[in-house]
Design a protein around this ligand. Structure first.
Ligand SMILES: [Mn+2]
Length: 197
């Protein structure tokens, strides 16, 4: 179990992550749509994940979404620092009705986000769609993960974002799954501390 508490003047985020769980989540960010998406991510990633976030939602959802991304990324990085032999790569494309989204992951210690979102509804409930990229950027950079997200099709903003979280969750499950290989890289053992493998 990985437990992290991160506190700033903008947010307090408390997290508990069991990477090999059974999809059980207890997510409270104060942002209904974001909770729905993080529950979705947890389920398809097969995590057990508890997040309790108190943020400056009187400003907007940006700081809370970004800081939750930082802490989830930190938790994945903490797990990778134990040098588990994992599959490392995953590419998962998932539809939700007319929406189709692909998430491609490399957990090899190179941090990079490639994601261009189409024009989305400004808000889903109280969640601002402009908070998506800061969340994904914080998650991928703090996990030292390469993440490519391609929205291949879609017109409904809820469907597009939900398909994104489903594909990201399932890709994390596969990339974090235990590998039979003796090493995660042809270069040798993983050097997960900013050193790419
Ligand atoms: Mn939904």
């Amino acid at each position: 179990m990985i437990e992290i508490t991160r506190e700033t003047k903008e947010t307090i985020v408390k997290l508990a992550l069991e990477p090999y769980g059974s999809g059980i989540s207890d997510i409270r960010t104060g942002i209904g749509f974001f909770d729905h998406m993080l529950n979705t991510l947890t389920f398809y990633a097969g995590f057990n994940l508890t997040i309790n976030a108190t943020g400056d939602l009187d400003v907007d959802t940006h700081h809370t979404a970004e800081d939750v991304g930082i802490v989830i990324g930190n938790a994945i990085y903490e797990f990778m620092k134990t040098k588990p032999l994992v599959e490392r790569f995953a590419s998962v494309t998932i539809p939700m009705d007319e929406a189709l989204v692909r998430s491609v992951i490399d957990l090899g210690g190179r941090r990079y986000l490639k994601c261009e979102l189409p024009r989305l509804s400004e808000r889903l409930g109280t969640f601002e769609s402009d908070s998506m990229i800061p969340f994904l950027d914080a998650l991928s950079s703090n996990a030292w993960m390469t993440l490519h997200i391609d929205v291949l099709d879609g017109s409904n903003s809820h469907h597009i974002i939900e398909a994104l979280f489903k594909s990201l969750g399932r890709a994390l499950k596969i990339a974090l799954s235990q590998s039979n290989n003796t090493s995660s890289s042809i270069k040798g053992d993983p050097q997960i501390s900013g050193g790419a493998i």
